[in-house]
Write a protein that binds this ligand. Structure first.
Ligand SMILES: [Zn+2]
Ligand SMILES: [Zn+2]
Length: 177
């Protein structure tokens, strides 16, 4: 679970709680399109071990003003951590609740009414990720030389000075050898 800032001006919750192993659920209080940079941020922080990721935009409550993305993201996060489904909740005044929680101790789930919303929309994007950084392909990469291995890494993440010549085996294949 991560609360991430996208495009330098907006907080969203991303989570794999209750998600398929190759899926990241996005809880966003605004309706928006996601850039490649946004998706890189999600895969990078989730450190997925899969090489293919699908993004699911969950039907989270929308903010009623221009500035409550942070409280909405915290309300979704807290409810997920307490086993609730934020897509079926309508939070009442998350900002005030969080301010009170902050004064009184641990953050508790935001008071909410149950509200039926449509099921989540699967974004038509499945992204391939590589390397220990779990980002997409870059211009300078090295592939593992083992026949059955699809591992690709960024030179800059893996090799001293970003340089490598000759054959190379990834960590997993080196262990098998
Ligand atoms: Zn990398
Ligand atoms: Zn390998």
């Amino acid at each position: 679970m991560q609360i991430l800032n996208i495009s330098n001006n907006h907080w969203v919750t991303t989570s794999n709680i209750g998600a398929a192993p190759d899926t990241i659920n996005i809880y966003n209080s605004l309706t928006q399109k996601y850039s490649l940079d946004n998706m890189n941020l999600f895969t990078h922080f989730h450190r997925t071990t899969k090489d293919k990721i699908t993004f699911k935009v969950m039907n989270a409550q929308k903010q009623h003003n221009s500035y409550d993305c942070g409280p909405c993201a915290l309300a979704s996060t807290t409810s997920l951590l307490h086993g609730q489904d934020p897509t079926q909740l309508s939070f009442s005044d998350p900002r005030t609740h969080l301010l009170m929680s902050n004064k009184n101790g641990p953050i508790t789930p935001c008071p909410a009414k149950t509200e039926y919303r449509q099921p989540p929309v699967t974004v038509g994007v499945t992204k391939y990720v590589h390397c220990t950084c779990r980002l997409d392909a870059g211009s300078r990469m090295m592939g593992c030389n083992s026949i059955d291995c699809d591992e690709w890494v960024h030179n800059s993440c893996t090799f001293l000075n970003g340089e490598h010549s000759g054959d190379w085996l990834c960590d997993r294949c080196q262990t098998i050898c």
